[in-house]
Design a protein around this ligand. Structure first.
Ligand SMILES: N[C@@H](CCC(=O)N[C@@H](CS)C(=O)NCC(=O)O)C(=O)O
Length: 336
């Protein structure tokens, strides 16, 4: 299983640094200019860091310009694989394992293979697996290829505030649940778990009177919080032992998460089946039987959220994205 080359087995959970941090930019200063059709975004729909990019791509209307490869949610000892595709090969890159794109970039690369990854289609080489940067660049460097009506997910005038919120959300929530889940001693677990809920309370207070985290429109900060919240009751509550409360027991955060889930570009990217199978089957250190729980009931995600009363303009002066492309639809088994 993938635990061998990742951070999961260590004494204290540490997230590996992204190794390939080249940027794809409008001016191509790292050698990778923004170009329609040139790159392929490789994700797992299970992965919260990759899911940020899937949501941004939808909201910004980059589906045509940046194609999408979805890996099997369950890695084997060679990591992410394209077993969902005919013959087990990604149809565009022609590879069976994402590691082949890493090898094409650097032979003998010692780090782990991770998603999200952006691959240069002509050479088959990995460009970046820097999940911290990928979505910011989709929002700010890929603007020439955005759809008409695309929102500004990282507005200049709000960047300091967005960065501040994203920093604490990352430390305490996005990564906090992993620190709790992979803790190997009681104290470490308790500190991480308490930190998760302290921050969720803070977020709940912040979101009680405002529809979105920063400003009155959806920003990158909401995308990053959403990807953790949408996994919370399905995996973090049980598998990662973040079980002081369920998301569904916090009226504000639960309504906020449902509001986003029901916004085009968010829920239509979420595959609960992939999410559950990945966490429960891959992390055998914390779930040795690999049994995937039947619950929770997902129907609540579609219940009215009532957050319109807070105002807010989800897409600012823009418009929601159109329907999901047929080939990218999440199968019924992954949806409420
Ligand atoms: N590993 C990346 C972050 C992205 C990440 O952790 N992705 C996970 C999936 S959620 C992954 O691909 N892990 C490698 C593995 O499980 O083998 C980093 O810390 O730079």
């Amino acid at each position: 299983m993938a635990e061998g080359n990742s951070a999961y087995g260590r004494k204290e959970f540490r997230r590996s640094r992204s190794h390939f941090a080249d940027r794809i930019t409008a001016d191509g200063r790292d050698g990778w200019p923004v170009e329609a059709g040139r790159y392929r975004l490789v994700v797992s729909r299970a992965c919260p860091w990759a899911s940020r990019a899937v949501i941004s791509r939808r909201l910004l209307g980059l589906e045509e310009a940046l194609s999408l490869a979805v890996a099997d949610p369950v890695q084997d000892d060679r990591s992410w694989r394209f077993t969902l595709d005919p013959d087990g090969r990604d149809p565009v890159l022609g590879i069976r394992f994402l590691s082949e794109a890493y090898d094409a970039r650097e032979t003998g690369y010692p780090g782990g293979v991770s998603v999200p990854a952006i691959v240069d289609v002509p050479s088959g080489a990995l460009v970046t697996n820097d999940f911290r940067r990928i979505t910011l660049d989709l929002a700010t460097e890929w603007t020439a290829l955005h759809r008409e009506g695309a929102p500004d997910l990282y507005p200049q005038r709000l960047r300091d505030e967005i960065d501040d919120v994203m920093r604490v959300v990352y430390e305490d929530v996005n990564n906090g649940v992993y620190r709790a889940g992979f803790a190997t001693d009681q104290k470490e677990y308790e500190e991480a778990c308490a930190g998760v809920f302290r921050r969720l309370e803070w977020l709940s207070e912040r979101l009680a009177g405002r529809r979105y985290l920063v400003g009155d429109t959806i920003t990158e900060a909401d995308i990053r919080l959403f990807t953790t919240l949408v996994r919370f009751d399905a995996v973090y509550h049980g598998h990662f032992k973040c079980n002081r409360r369920k998301l569904a027991e916090d009226p504000v955060l639960w309504a906020y998460a449902r509001d986003l889930y029901q916004t085009p570009g968010f829920g239509d990217t979420v595959d609960f089946d992939h999410i559950k199978r990945h966490y429960y089957q891959v992390h055998t250190g914390i779930n040795p039987t690999g049994i995937v729980p039947l619950g929770p009931d997902l129907a609540g995600w579609l219940a009215p959220h009532g957050r319109e009363r807070l105002g807010g303009r989800p897409f600012g002066d823009g418009t929601p994205p159109g329907p999901v492309r047929a080939e990218e639809e999440v199968p019924a088994g992954g949806r409420p």
